[in-house]
Design a protein. Structure first.
Length: 275
């Protein structure tokens, strides 16, 4: 019954992670669908998304000879980007949305693309271990220990990892219970559990416990959260039909704005090397 109910919901309003990229400014067949890195890209959604992917690539020093696994690849724009700009020849991808995987398999048959959860990589039976695992704007929907447990199993020795996550600031640790409960409901709407939030020290320690070193945590709250919220505010001035898809985008932008203004939850990029 639960499976049927979920299938019905997805048929009516789409997958919970699906977003109407056309409304955001990307009408490509393999479109971008992340929050973007907004520095000098204030009116160009695809370029901002590409910039966020480039931040990931720079953090792991991505090179053409790397065997790369893209986790939560969405509609496939990042895969095309790894091919065209980084000349990655060995590329695999995992994504939950079936329609995205079907489109990727048709348009990019050279990619080993699998429909599944990146929390269950061990069961996907990849033939080889990976040099690099990247997760652009998706890992924060998962508990960090589960995410690292899964990814560690498919990385080779000295494999590199980079992903985006939400981190509690120093002020978060001193919030009242009632204030945290408010955030609990705000974050739940974005499929983020407030219990997942760690501060920087806890985040680093968790990575170390999973066998990672050379850990770098960068705060992208301003270029990502503030940038996306400002972009959507600019877009909202244009006349467009207001439906569930538009409401989803508007609510995401409002959450980004609140997170940035309150400063209690930070949007960070994390990179590390397997020990």
């Amino acid at each position: 019954m639960a499976t049927f109910r979920q299938a019905l919901i997805e048929k009516v309003i789409g997958h919970k992670y699906a977003i109407d990229a056309k409304r955001l400014g990307d009408d490509s067949l393999l479109a971008w669908s992340n929050l973007g890195y907004w520095q000098g890209q204030q009116h160009n959604y695809p370029l901002a998304c590409q910039s966020l992917a480039d931040q990931i690539a720079a953090s792991v020093k991505l090179k053409s000879t790397d065997h790369v696994l893209d986790l939560g690849c969405g509609q496939g724009a990042s895969l095309l980007h790894w091919f065209n700009h980084y000349h990655i020849e060995q590329l695999s991808a995992v994504e939950l949305q079936k329609d995205c995987i079907q489109r990727i398999q048709k348009e990019l048959p050279q990619v080993e693309s699998i429909c599944g959860s990146f929390l269950n990589l061990r069961s996907l039976h990849f033939l080889n271990l990976f040099d690099v695992a990247v997760c652009v704007d998706a890992a924060y929907h998962s508990e960090l220990n589960l995410f690292l447990d899964s990814v560690s199993t498919v990385l080779n020795s000295k494999g590199r990892i980079a992903f985006h996550y939400l981190m509690g600031s120093d002020d978060w640790q001193h919030c009242s219970y009632l204030h945290k409960q408010q955030y609990r409901y705000l974050l739940k709407g974005a499929d983020v559990r407030w219990e997942y939030l760690m501060d920087e020290q806890q985040l680093s320690k968790t990575l170390e416990q999973h066998g990672f070193k050379d850990i770098v945590i960068q705060d992208f709250s301003e270029p990502v959260l503030k940038g996306f919220a400002q972009y959507i505010e600019t877009c909202s001035a244009r006349k467009r039909p207001f439906d569930f898809a538009q409401l989803k985008i508007a609510m995401t932008a409002k959450l980004c704005q609140k997170l940035y203004q309150d400063g209690l939850v930070r949007y960070v990029q994390v990179s590390a090397v397997k020990n």
